[in-house]
Design a protein around this ligand. Structure first.
Ligand SMILES: [Zn+2]
Length: 203
């Protein structure tokens, strides 16, 4: 492991000094395909922020699959940008993230969305309701499955603490079929949440 690389605060893509964001310079931030829009999937509306392509895809790949977990701060800052510039004015009491199952977390060594959630609370100031939503069932990586398999795959994978009408935001990194975010929303609503909004960093 090259520790110098991990300690170097310069832009992960081009080596320039970063501006306001961690490990991402203003030029490379410009290259990210920021395209906030409402995406309708499975009779539900989700908020999508960046296109899952180019440097956005690269950031998530490095973070999740190449163990470059220092990028959690960069990604938390991009979630904050999505919320402030893409979807301002949401009225929620806090947010939850799509957690890893215990087995996946153990295998990977960290829970990608949980680390982002902790940083997002710090950089954005919205309350992270960390223990409300649990993923208790192992499921194969979504990316390897067909659409039909994904629907079957997510049923009953989450559980939630009893809620009392709280309005919540659920965050995930990649929106494909909407199955995972949709199932999380459903679980939270059944647990007694008020409004539940789903936002994905990329789509
Ligand atoms: Zn750069």
């Amino acid at each position: 492991m090259n520790l110098d690389f991990f300690l170097d605060p310069s832009c992960v893509f081009c080596g320039q000094d970063p501006g306001e964001l961690a490990y991402l310079c203003p030029d490379c931030l410009e290259d990210l395909p920021f395209a906030p829009q409402i995406i309708h999937k499975k009779n539900q509306d989700f908020m999508g922020s960046f296109l899952y392509t180019g440097k956005m895809k690269d950031l998530l790949t490095r973070y999740k699959f190449e163990d470059q977990r220092y990028l959690k701060t960069t990604l938390a800052q991009l979630f904050a940008k999505a919320l402030m510039e893409g979807f301002p004015g949401l009225s929620v009491e806090g947010f939850v993230v799509i957690p890893s199952s215990p087995g996946r977390k153990k295998k990977r060594g960290f829970d990608p969305m949980d680390l982002i959630g902790q940083d997002l609370e710090r950089v954005y100031g919205l309350s992270y309701k960390k223990n409300i939503l649990k993923k208790h069932k192992e499921n194969p990586l979504q990316i390897q499955l067909s659409t039909g398999q994904r629907e079957e795959n997510v049923q009953g994978i989450f559980s939630a603490c009893p809620l009392k009408g709280e309005n919540l935001l659920v965050l995930d990194d990649i929106l494909t079929t909407g199955s995972t975010l949709g199932e999380a929303r459903k679980t939270l609503l059944e647990a007694g949440a008020g409004e539940v909004y789903g936002l994905s960093l990329s789509y």
